[in-house]
Design a protein around this ligand. Structure first.
Ligand SMILES: [Cu+2]
Length: 125
């Protein structure tokens, strides 16, 4: 009897881990049309109502003659400054691997201040 319970428990553990792996692999990709915004709050409203989960991806598409994208911390986000080197390939994918708030900006002069900055909130899977 003890063995049966143990085997059942192991099976259950295994199926939970399998489901989590499948969910992570099947995460959604959200494409961000990354441009100088018409309104300062454009990217504030862009993702309202979207529930991001761990395993999802953000794909930034932009003209790399005029824009770039870099993940920053909250302090940098608020100050429109980046310590990391921005991506400049025009098609940049970020994996949302951790729950919590994540921040992205364009570092071209004046762009972030004009609203080219995006915050997303990632929920645990
Ligand atoms: Cu820009």
């Amino acid at each position: 009897m003890v063995m049966v319970v143990l085997v059942l428990a192991l099976l259950q553990l295994h199926s939970v881990a399998g489901a989590e792996a499948a969910a992570a692999a099947a995460g959604k990709t959200y494409t961000v049309a990354w441009n100088y915004p018409f309104q300062q709050n454009f990217y504030t409203h862009w993702n309202q109502g979207t529930s991001y989960v761990v395993g999802d991806r953000l794909r930034f598409l932009y003209n790399n003659k005029f824009h770039n994208v870099v993940r920053v911390n909250e302090e940098e986000f608020l100050a429109c400054k980046a310590s990391a080197v921005p991506h400049t390939d025009g098609d940049t994918v970020f994996h949302l691997n951790h729950p919590g708030r994540q921040f992205y900006i364009c570092t071209h002069f004046g762009h972030c201040a004009a609203g080219m900055k995006l915050e997303v909130i990632v929920n645990g899977a």
